[in-house]
Ligand binder design. Structure first.
Ligand SMILES: Nc1ncnc2c1ncn2[C@@H]1O[C@H](COP(=O)(O)OP(=O)(O)O)[C@@H](O)[C@H]1O
Ligand SMILES: [Mg+2]
Length: 224
């Protein structure tokens, strides 16, 4: 018999659709899920919303079994269902300790080792402090896959690290190592170019049109 969802709770809604948590009854009662519903996006955004959901599905599939990444339950081209990870988004968690960022760095290495770059870690809501204090990364809509020999992929890996370090600088600046301070001080050329040009347009679109709140659409840490 198919599972019957007991309760649907809206987590987030924007022009790309809805993100909902669903709780189940029966044997699945302890395993809530999250679904990304692209059908609720306006028709003119739906093709983009589906492409991004497909991107997320590919990344999650590739990261299957990595603890700290939601497991992919299903994707039918329109609705993506993934597992729930108990915890709090970084901005709502109690001041994270340096140890949290060490673990998050190791998780990031693991993800990169599987050939996936997250590309959206500037946003605190995409980083979760798990109930057990373990880090988790959510929202792989912008993730890309690549090979370590590719210089472009290595650039994305570096930017992921920089974004994580910006959060570390916010919460435990004193524990940044010399190498980390140096990395923060050296944004890649594309990152500098982006800030000088595209970022303004991006913020205009995400805040003005998509309606993302600052912490969500632009929870981007200031530059070193
Ligand atoms: N698997 C999950 N476990 C726990 N919380 C989640 C999970 N997926 C999403 N959330 C919560 O829902 C929010 C929105 O999900 P997200 O995938 O980031 O959507 P969007 O792409 O619209 O930003 C997240 O910031 C997080 O607070
Ligand atoms: Mg998100």
């Amino acid at each position: 018999m198919p599972e019957i969802p007991r309760k649907w709770r809206l987590l987030k809604e924007d022009l790309l659709g809805r993100v909902e948590r669903c709780d189940f009854t029966g044997p699945e009662a302890n395993a809530p899920r999250v679904r990304r519903v692209t059908a609720s996006a306006p028709f003119w955004m739906r093709p983009l919303a589906r492409r991004l959901a497909a991107r997320e599905a590919r990344a999650l599939d590739c990261l299957n079994g990595v603890s700290g990444v939601p497991n992919l339950v299903s994707f039918d081209g329109r609705t993506l269902v993934r597992g729930w990870i108990p915890g709090l988004p970084l901005q709502d968690a109690e001041a994270p300790e340096p140890e949290f960022f060490e673990k998050a760095g190791r998780l990031l290495d693991l993800i990169h080792g599987r050939g996936v770059a997250h590309n959206d870690l500037a946003k605190e809501p995409n980083i979760l402090v798990g109930e057990n204090g373990e880090p988790a990364f959510l929202d792989f809509q912008l993730a890309s896959q690549g090979r370590s020999e590719s210089s472009f992929f290595r650039l994305l890996v570096r930017e992921d690290r920089r974004h994580l370090l910006k959060h570390k600088r916010t919460y435990c600046r004193e524990s940044l190592t010399t190498a980390e301070v140096a990395l923060l001080a050296r944004p890649s050329f594309p990152a500098r170019f982006w800030r000088a040009t595209g970022k303004r347009v991006y913020l205009g679109v995400t805040r003005g049109i998509l309606g993302w709140a600052d912490r969500e659409g632009a929870g981007d840490r200031g530059e070193a």
